[in-house]
Design a protein around this ligand. Structure first.
Ligand code: PLP
Length: 368
């Protein structure tokens, strides 16, 4: 790869394949794999990622919203796509593009049946989400009879899967809570299946669920962050490779004298001579203001350079006093060694937030 001459997110599809293989190696041969490609594939660009994973034989895809699914349909993704959080206003579009809704409440069930009936559908695939403790979205166990009675009155929809979501699968101090979620999921789904009369696909685990709870894989697993190279645990990380490298370049170097200030609101006032480098990446690119004032850092010629002052919209300044560098030099914001997870943690957040925040205006380059 030639050195970056502008802010660039390099995405390594070989690393994606490695992570996919690693996750699959944890599954029973019959367990299906759902690739979570919501939020622009966690900032990586959903279309090339989904196209790659479709060829690599992922069984299912999931997005959060209908428009994300539409974009995949517009770009040759023909595999089933689960929409995790459809909104009423988009249900007709969802159906027109054969996207599959997560149905999580009585209201969403009735609304979708009405749309499906009005479009003369027969056995349109739907997914029922049950709440087992995350308390975010999902039916409760007491809703089962309502669901069964409602489904008995229509042929327009068919339940193809039942699922739930773990609240703390990466957190080993919450094993008991997670095991309760697993048991409740088993209890709810066995009651539901008995009344329904056939067995839909069951799925519960996200990436950390796959790694920490092999007994809870059921018929399918759903992975996002693992595909993008984060194992959420030092024990698993060696087998995963972050797929993205965020690079930028030095636009200008300044020497500041004691008493000089730097950037908006004079975010830094120096007490000694320092050398700063200005980089073409800012909070509009997803490097948000939490990384300012010494919390975040980048790597210039292999050396750590803290972000100083406030992060601007389109730029950030870093302290390169002790680094031999020049205008035009390449800068690493994160890569495999200097991970997005480390940078996120230094500013008090998580890899998920840093990578999904990366704006669409950052150029993406795919390495094959
Ligand atoms: C985002 C999401 C996932 C993916 O979780 P990872 O931790 O990224 O693997 C799985 N299931 C649901 C319901 C989600 O919202």
């Amino acid at each position: 790869m030639p050195k970056a001459t502008e802010t660039t997110l390099e995405i390594d599809l070989k690393a994606l394949q490695n992570n996919f293989d690693e996750l699959k190696s944890k599954l029973q041969p019959k367990t299906k794999f759902l690739a979570v490609v919501k939020a622009f594939s966690y900032g990586n660009d959903s279309v090339p990622i989904a196209q790659y994973l479709q060829k690599a034989n992922a069984d299912y895809f999931a997005v959060a919203y209908t428009n994300e699914g539409e974009e995949l349909r517009n770009n040759d993704i023909t595999k089933p796509i689960l929409v995790l959080h459809p909104q009423k206003a988009n249900l007709q579009t969802l159906l027109n593009r054969r996207l599959e809704p997560s149905i999580y409440s009585k209201k969403t069930l009735l609304e979708f049946i009405s749309i499906a009936e009005n479009s003369n559908q027969n056995a349109y695939p739907i997914h029922l989400k049950f709440n087992t403790g995350l308390n975010r979205l999902g039916f409760d166990k007491i809703d089962i009879d309502f669901i069964i009675e409602t489904l008995a009155k229509t042929n327009a929809v068919k339940v193809v899967s039942c699922f739930s979501h773990l609240a703390a699968s990466e957190d080993l101090s919450e094993q008991e809570f997670t095991k309760n979620q697993i048991n409740l999921f088993k209890d709810i789904t066995s009651t539901f299946i008995t009344k329904l009369g056939y067995k839909p696909i069951l799925h519960l685990c996200n990436t950390s669920g796959i790694l920490n709870y092999p007994e809870a894989h059921f018929d399918m697993v759903r992975s996002g962050i693992g595909l993008y190279g984060f194992g959420n645990d030092v024990r698993y990380q060696p087998n995963f490779t972050p797929i993205a490298t965020l690079k930028t370049v030095i636009s200008q170097i300044h020497i500041l004298q004691p008493g000089d200030s730097l950037g908006y609101n004079r975010g830094l006032i120096t007490d000694k001579e320092i050398k700063t480098a200005t980089l073409p990446i800012g909070h509009a690119d997803g490097l948000t203001r939490i990384y300012g004032k010494g919390k975040g850092f980048v790597f210039v010629n292999g050396k750590k350079a803290p972000i100083v002052g406030n992060v601007c919209m389109d730029m950030v300044m870093v302290d390169v006093t002790h680094i031999d560098c020049n205008e035009g030099d390449e800068v690493i914001v994160f890569d495999r060694e200097h991970t997005a997870e480390n940078l996120a943690e230094a500013a008090g957040t998580i890899s998920y937030e840093l990578i999904t925040d990366l704006s669409k205006r950052i150029k993406r380059v795919f390495l094959t």
